[in-house]
Design a protein around this ligand. Structure first.
Ligand SMILES: *Cc1c(COP(=O)(O)O)cnc(C)c1O
Length: 505
């Protein structure tokens, strides 16, 4: 048999040789990650120089060379969210088995849009969805779909809620014949996805009712009910309430039980955005925090956050998966996807927005097996303990103010010793100081934290979704923050003096 000769094919021997070389480099990278800097602090201009500005390649190049080049660029010029002192935003360390899973998935390349194109992959995704439902403590009869992340998981549920609850037939009529304005409710801490959703799906951002929060950053449930009643009086049509289970700034979990009851009273869709926090429901002593989750009509969660999947993996779970089909399922002549003998066909293109779909379930499915429920329970509990340790150590330190602690998120700020307020309430300077400190820390490469505004205070925010972080990393982080805080205060003080003398002249 002759084989066709193309520039893209690789021989078995070549694939092995290149693959082994690459795996060696990656293993070395993972094994030494703790000794590297979290970021190199290189500027975009420096990186562009490194990359060069060659035009589109006219002719091909040896795979060995370009792979080695790509590995050098990525392994040596990236921000390392797998570093034990990466504590910023909510981007977790990625499970090594996820990297192998992605390689395997890409090698077979099933298209998990249709069952006939991905026979075993579809079954694996179905099992993954069932396990995720069990993981967070809802009925395994929830159905759903894996998507690219939390935003997409929330969008997928948002449209489903409108289809289910809009007074007119949204699927056929859109919003054209809707006499009453459709409105959605969420707390002030809700992630920015909801504005995008309101815009994308035609409601407009004014249709989002931002409900105030209480002292613990949870949705004020009385205010929620008041707002719904006002809207009903004013010819609006309430559709859904979005509860947050682990808000991005402080880790607060809304009172799911109370919100579920309100949704029942007013016949609203109850959606829970648990993109970050809901996996913590696997920890038995935290179960009461998530009481009411079983009532959710839909839930968004992000395996690429606290389940440590490499990007991208999000998930929408829906109590009655028929609602997903009611929203997304269409049948066209050019699909011959429904003929699988007597068995019920499960085509994922009918459950969400994508048509062709990659096999992102594999990395989630493998990690769930490698670690098991108990393993995740222990890792998530330890992440929370480390965040609590950071809070306690900050509290003890004379130059730090510990501000909030929720799930695995701690916020704190630097306050100089014997600080004499520069302005009326002393807050303005502290906000300037801590913002400058944050920028310094993020460039410095010793530790990576992010920021949060809490009660008008500019805070440093550490979120531990990192199985590599240790107690030692937490104490070293305190040391780095205080050290850099002192230097930044000095620098700003000198500036102030300089500015003051300038003003006097
Ligand atoms: C991270 C997060 C999102 C967005 O998820 P992506 O995966 O970044 O798209 C939405 N809501 C909450 C509560 C989150 O923590």
């Amino acid at each position: 048999m002759t084989t066709r000769k193309t520039p893209i094919e690789m021989s078995q021997e070549q694939f092995k040789a290149l693959g082994y070389q690459l795996i060696d480099l990656i293993a070395d990278f993972m094994g030494t990650i703790a000794h590297k800097r979290v970021t190199t602090g290189e500027t975009a201009t420096q990186l562009q120089k490194l990359l060069g500005n060659a035009p589109l390649p006219e002719n091909g190049a040896p795979a060995e060379e370009i792979l080695a080049h790509a590995a050098d660029l990525l392994l040596n010029h990236s921000l390392l969210n797998g570093h034990p002192k990466f504590l910023g935003y909510i981007t977790s360390s990625a499970a090594p088995i996820g990297a192998l899973a992605d390689l395997l998935a890409a090698s077979v390349n099933p298209n998990v849009g249709a069952q006939i194109l991905s026979p075993i992959a579809t079954e694996i995704e179905k099992q993954t969805i069932r396990w995720l439902a069990e993981f967070i403590g809802v009925s395994p009869d929830y159905g759903g779909i894996l998507v690219s992340g939390g935003n997409m998981a929330n969008f997928t549920a948002f449209v489903t809620a409108i289809t289910a609850k809009a007074p007119e037939n949204y699927r056929e009529e859109g919003l054209a014949n809707t006499p009453a304005k459709l409105v959605a409710y969420c707390s002030k801490t809700t992630h920015a996805w909801i504005e995008k959703a309101a815009i994308l799906f035609g409601l407009g951002s004014k249709s989002v009712r931002w409900i105030p929060t209480d002292a613990a950053n949870k949705m004020d449930v009385d205010a929620l009910e008041q707002t719904i009643q006002n809207d009903l009086k004013n010819n609006c049509s309430p559709i859904m309430v979005v509860a947050t289970a682990g808000d991005v700034s402080t880790g607060a979990v809304d009172n799911l039980r109370a919100i579920a009851a309100i949704c029942k009273t007013y016949d609203l869709w109850f959606h829970v955005d648990g993109a970050y926090g809901i996996p913590a429901a696997v920890v038995p002593e935290l179960a009461t925090l998530f009481d009411g989750i079983k009532e959710a009509d839909s839930i968004a969660l992000d395996p690429h956050k606290w389940l440590y999947s490499p990007l991208e993996a999000g998930c929408t779970l829906v109590k009655n998966p028929q609602h997903l089909l009611n929203t997304y399922s269409f049948h066209h002549d050019y699909y011959n996807f429904d003929n699988q003998g007597d068995e019920r066909v499960h085509n994922y293109y009918e459950y969400g927005m994508q048509n062709s779909r990659g096999f992102r379930a594999l990395k989630v499915w493998l990690a769930l097996q490698q670690v098991g429920r108990r393993g995740y329970e222990a890792m998530i509990r330890e992440d929370i303990e480390l965040a609590k340790l950071l809070f306690a150590e900050s509290n003890k330190h004379p130059e730090l103010e510990a501000i909030t602690q929720g799930l695995s998120i701690t916020t704190l700020r630097y306050i100089p010793l014997h600080y004499v307020p520069h302005d009326e309430d002393g807050e303005e300077y502290l906000n300037i100081l801590n913002e400058a400190l944050l920028n310094k820390l993020q460039q410095g490469g010793e530790v990576f934290v992010s920021n949060a505004m809490v009660m008008k205070k500019y805070c440093l925010r550490a979120c531990v979704v990192n199985f590599r972080t240790t107690r030692g990393d937490v104490s070293e982080t305190i040391g780095i923050i205080v050290n850099e805080g002192r230097k930044m205060h000095q620098k700003l003080e000198n500036n102030q003096l300089y500015l003051a003398t300038q003003r006097q002249q």
